[in-house]
Design a protein around this ligand. Structure first.
Ligand SMILES: [Zn+2]
Length: 216
């Protein structure tokens, strides 16, 4: 591999700053994390979007959340076909090996992946419809939910509702994994759907009784 380069200097400086302060002040705690292994109580599936910061909004430290991020916080359906499945692998490890007790799907406002899916459903994104588009094929997971929001005329509101539907689709697909379904059924795992409004700092949870999102 000849293409890897040293870090840009601003990151080198930031690293040394962290090592000399945060790490130095808490080194015993870090050493204990290393020797005792991880025991996170919750897994979080969130979007790759750099504005989504689950550890900040819950004030979480290292070791607390087992986090998987992908485009639009989507969980694909259970498909044990021997192929590469990063999201499914993370879920399997969290549920069967780490035995997390909470699995949180965190959606967010202004999600580019969800907007891409809307554009694709409206025929406005031929590049995403190409077979070679990894983003497009990934967003196919959400396409069946488009009917639920296709009548919403206001584009901003439509996107916000579709972002919430991405969370619901992921929760539904999680239950197609046999080890998730059995852990939920024997009450050792609870699923949670959340959606965060980045600009307003808002957080909503999915309420299955009303099938609506409500403020936390
Ligand atoms: Zn996103």
């Amino acid at each position: 591999m000849e293409n890897a380069r040293p870090l840009p200097s601003y990151l080198v400086q930031r690293y040394h700053g962290w090592k000399a302060t945060t790490y130095a002040e808490n080194h015993a705690w870090y050493e204990r994390l290393a020797t005792e292994g991880q025991r996170p109580r919750a897994m979080v599936i969130s979007c790759c979007d750099s504005r989504v910061h689950v550890t900040s909004i819950f004030g979480a430290d290292q070791g607390e959340f087992f986090i998987h991020r992908n485009i639009a916080n989507l969980v694909p359906p259970y498909l044990p076909d021997g192929d590469h499945h990063g999201t499914s692998a993370a879920i399997e490890y969290a549920v069967t090996a780490l035995k997390v007790t909470h699995l949180i799907v965190l959606g967010h406002s202004q999600c580019g992946g969800v907007q891409g899916c809307i554009d694709m459903c409206n025929g406005k994104a031929p590049q995403l419809e190409a077979k070679e588009s990894f983003v497009g094929r990934w967003m196919d997971i959400l396409k069946p939910k488009y009917d639920l929001v296709s009548d919403i005329e206001d584009a901003v509101e439509q996107a916000r509702q579709f972002e919430r539907q991405a969370v619901v689709a992921s929760l539904e697909n999680l239950m197609s994994f046999p080890f998730v379904a059995s852990a939920v059924e024997d009450d050792s795992l609870s699923l949670h759907g959340l959606w965060t409004d980045i600009g307003a700092g808002g957080l909503e949870y999915y309420d299955p009784a009303s099938q609506k999102f409500k403020p936390v």
